[in-house]
Design a binder for this molecule. Structure first.
Ligand code: PLP
Length: 391
């Protein structure tokens, strides 16, 4: 961001839709430089193209992901659309390979937009017993020669952590670019670009915003030509974030580290508590030794934490009983833990998995918890109260 001429320590919110360009020569220069796609233009033209408040927020994210560039968009989905569309070249588009355990909205986008509307050849690589078999993956890379491989660093809702560095290395060996949705891990657990990923995306609606009050997305990378393509796509599709949202994100992201560290700590405590509860059949949390990808999580995140998402389900003799236990728990904790279909918020929130994913995950008593950074004692007491009610 350019120097400010007032003694404020805050970044200004530039709400200009179009910026003043003074005369014909300056206008020509601004447009010439715009098509050169400078990361931070000397002359701004129009806020759908670039905006100085947005650039300031992008710089905060560049520091976190240690990336050469970051581009904010108005949602996580528009970040995904922008990132994948860089590789779409009409009928010349080569196949894309998506790992199967990814956000449901991304799966719907693949089915409804990428396959049905754009006719892109898309393949799935399916996890077996909640793990990805890398020999099968290599066979698929060999036969398919995809242009793009897409993974999530921690999947939703089974919280699978792939052996991402190896997946990236193998993809590159077969000539594919790799895109990582790093929303659940955040750069505080792992920075995909360091491991060679080509693009990283986030739903900034989640941990980056951290308070459930901004919808935003971001794409990060180091490759200048990918940035140019993403800037162009964002501009033409209007996927740009608003300066007001960028300003708020710029502020809220300052506390990401503090918030997320506490969230990871709270999640570890709650996961262990649930694990000991006799009425709980299974707890999925990558930090627990019995999680199918615990070893991958330890390798990837070291001792930084295991994220703040937990999925668990109730024991019960029948589907009906499991649903009853689930509903009793949800009702009992409702004054402190709200049912909100999002994650990464300040408070712990929950989601009944069956109501969202249907029969994809066959345990009807399953609940997904997004653990917040509230007082650990109050949170623990709330969970204990919920578990007591299900006895
Ligand atoms: N990626 C992940 C992992 C998500 O969980 C979500 C939304 O829940 C998205 C992307 C999409 O983000 P948004 O809702 O901000 O468009």
């Amino acid at each position: 961001m350019k120097k400010k001429d007032v003694n404020s320590s805050r970044i200004p919110v530039y709400r200009d839709a179009g910026f003043e360009l003074f005369d014909a020569d300056t206008t020509a220069e601004a447009f010439r430089k715009e098509t050169e796609n400078e990361r931070e233009p000397d002359l701004y033209i129009y806020s759908r193209y670039r905006n100085p408040t947005v650039v300031a927020a992008e710089e905060e994210i560049m520091k976190l992901e240690e990336s050469e560039w970051a581009l904010l968009t108005q949602s996580g989905m528009s970040a995904i659309d922008t990132a994948v569309s860089i590789f779409h070249r009409g009928k010349d588009t080569r196949p894309w390979l998506f790992f199967s355990e990814i956000y449901g909205g991304t799966i719907s986008f693949i089915e409804s937009v990428l396959k049905r509307r754009r006719g892109i050849e898309i393949h799935n690589f399916t996890a077996t017993r909640q793990k990805y078999d890398l020999d099968d993956y290599e066979s698929l890379l060999k036969s398919l020669k995809p242009e793009l491989v897409y993974i999530e660093s921690i999947s939703n809702p089974m919280l699978i952590v792939p052996d991402a560095p190896e997946i990236i290395r193998m993809a590159h060996r077969y000539g594919a670019k790799v895109m990582v949705d790093n929303t659940f891990a955040t750069p505080l657990l792992w920075r995909p670009l360091e491991a060679g990923a080509d693009l990283v995306i986030h739903s900034a609606t989640k941990y980056f915003s951290g308070h459930g009050n901004i919808t935003a997305g971001v794409i990060c990378g180091n490759d200048h030509s990918l940035m140019q393509a993403a800037v162009e796509y964002r501009k033409y599709t209007g996927h740009m974030i608003s300066p007001d949202d960028a300003y708020r994100l710029h502020t809220q992201i300052q506390s990401l580290e503090l918030r997320f560290r506490q969230q990871c700590l709270n999640a570890t405590i709650i996961a262990e508590l649930l694990k000991e509860a006799p009425g709980v059949k299974r707890v999925l949390f990558p930090g627990l030794a019995d999680h199918p990808t615990h070893a991958e999580a330890v390798r990837l995140f070291g001792n930084k934490g295991f994220g703040a998402m937990i999925t668990f389900d109730f024991a019960g003799d029948s589907e009906k009983e499991k649903r009853t236990l689930r509903d009793t728990f949800i009702r009992t904790v409702a004054d402190k833990i709200k049912l909100i279909p999002s994650l990464g918020d300040h408070h712990t929130i929950l989601l009944p998995v069956e109501s969202v994913w249907g029969s994809k995950y066959p345990e009807p008593g399953m609940i997904r918890l997004s653990v917040g950074f509230e007082n650990t004692t109050i949170l623990t007491e709330t969970i204990v109260k919920g578990l007591e009610a299900t006895k």
